[in-house]
Design a protein around this ligand. Structure first.
Ligand code: C2E
Ligand code: CA
Ligand code: CA
Ligand code: CA
Length: 275
């Protein structure tokens, strides 16, 4: 509740009622969305900043509701997370994306996002194992992306799960690096295969001095720890050049490609991008 000038309290801001109703409607609609086949997956390339070749694709979920239209992932994924629906949806994404990736050339990897609720769910390791077995995708071609928020709670248990996933042979990337609570402690507790620098740090390059400082500091840290780096949100060739010079091995962003359909992704493979 927010204090008003006269000392009155209001539980809701004007318009909040509407927002709440909208969220409720979305939650309700989310329940049957998987069964009604309303989800699809787009693939965005991660590009080698030296050669311009595609190294991997990140799977990104899309939802189109018959009446509400396309709903933004940043809007519905938190709701899927709250309702626990993300666990079933996430298992579907893993299977679908692994199936798509099993048809790519051997040197192209797949990266899939894991949400905190999925991470805490009991069957995660067996779900990942099943997706790999069913689709025959070699384990070392799958990478899972987790954010710092996953690592925050129940540290021991989380490290255990990460270790089990690692034992399967999959790679683990730390997503949105720099936006979380950045207690760097977990970086030496768990050996990540990759750090993905959040796009908010790339956005103001090459103009901003602060941007330079952060990009450089993260690169030095990752090099010290022997972890490879991907920069998100690369939109200009000036950004790509600066990041490459600082030791970032991969870039992802609109400069190279937007997230595209499975068919378009297959057509992109083999074409070197201009970096
Ligand atoms: P993310 O994992 O950080 O994914 C990158 C987001 O940045 C994607 O948004 C992508 O479309 C967008 N993006 C890529 N290149 C650029 C660029 O050059 N400039 C700008 N401005 N944006 C760029 P999207 O697809 O809307 O997804 C938003 C977030 O939703 C993702 O952020 C991720 O946290 C979540 N998400 C998406 N798909 C899944 C999924 O399958 N499972 C889970 N658990 N979360 C997902
Ligand atoms: Ca991601
Ligand atoms: Ca990210
Ligand atoms: Ca993000």
């Amino acid at each position: 509740a927010k204090a008003e000038g006269k000392g009155a309290f209001r539980l809701f801001e004007p318009g909040m009622d509407e927002q709440l109703k909208h969220r409720q409607a979305l939650k309700l609609a989310l329940h049957g969305a998987l069964k009604r086949d309303e989800f699809s997956i787009l693939y965005q390339p991660m590009v080698d900043l030296s050669s311009g070749r595609i190294r991997a694709f990140e799977a990104l979920l899309r939802w189109r509701h018959p009446e509400l239209g396309a709903v933004c992932p940043t809007e519905f994924i938190p709701l899927a997370e709250e309702t626990g629906l993300i666990v079933g949806i996430g298992a579907w994404i893993l299977r679908e994306a692994c199936r798509a990736a099993s048809r790519w050339p051997d040197d192209i990897c797949l990266s899939v996002n894991l949400s905190p609720a999925q991470f805490r769910s009991a069957g995660l390791v067996s779900t990942v194992r099943a997706a790999l077995t069913e689709t025959q995708l070699p384990t070392d071609r799958l990478q899972l992306e987790i954010t710092e928020s996953v690592l925050l709670r129940e540290n021991r248990a989380n490290l255990q799960i990460l270790t089990e996933l690692r034992r399967l042979g999959v790679k683990i990337a730390l997503d949105d690096f720099g936006t979380g609570y950045s207690s760097l402690g977990y970086l030496h507790q768990f050996p990540f295969d990759k750090i993905k620098l959040d796009r908010s740090f790339v956005q103001n390059l090459p103009g901003s001095r602060e941007g330079h400082a952060i990009v450089t500091a993260v690169a030095a840290m990752a090099q010290g720890l022997g972890i490879s780096l991907t920069a998100e949100g690369v939109e200009t060739s000036a950004q790509a050049a600066l990041l490459r010079e600082r030791g970032y091995s991969e870039g992802q962003g609109y400069l190279f490609s937007e997230p595209v359909s499975e068919g378009q992704a297959r057509r992109l493979i083999g074409h070197a991008m201009t970096v």
